[in-house]
Design a binder for this molecule. Sequence first.
Ligand code: SAM
Length: 215
Amino acid sequence: MARADYTRPDFYARKAKEKGYAARSVFKLEELDQKEKLIRPGARVLDLGAAPGSWMQYTAGRVGPKGLAVGVDLQELGRPLQPNERFLRADVFELSGEDLLARFGNFTVVLSDLAPSTMGDKSTDHFRSMALAERALELCGRVLKPGGDFLVKVFMGADFEAFVREMRRRFRTAKLKKPKSSRAMSREIYILGREFIRSSAGEGTRAPKERNSDG
Ligand code: SAM
């Protein structure tokens, strides 16, 4: 059986390079945003799992000079930030929503493209991805404005349906999205929650180091 060759740049990887984006992932967000009108000028967007930074590049362009894009990742972005971008190098499990609120105020949109380093074992990858998605939802409970929107990636598996049900309790609508540029073989899927209606409890408190310039 023919196997996918992930070492050869595909159409979207080449297109990202041509347009100066840090990763092909940008086209997933672009497609969803164009269809759903998710990121508006002036919006305040928290981007969890932001490195290498293509979603932040796209978001900073969309929100414009009156908006804000705040990225969080375990890894550095490795590029200079625009005036409307901030970056925290942090583990989302150690990030405190209160600290985010104190530094940036609340957000109108939370994005989570968080993904574990995959082990090749579908079940392990799924449960680690669910833990990240649940943590992102928990942070929404602290920092997302009532009426705000949340886009989150998960790898499908046993706990997926329960998570979608939870999203439906917390948002007026929650829809499943599989962008064209998401590889067909991949078990990843996005859930778009619109109009946040409830908050959650319980989270860590360690303060991360903030960066608003390169380095
Ligand atoms: N949306 C990004 C872009 O457009 O460049 C790509 C995100 S990449 C698919 C997933 C990211 O999640 C990785 O950079 C990884 O370091 C980050 N990540 C995974 N676990 C994390 C954690 N516990 N805390 C913070 N970031 C994490």
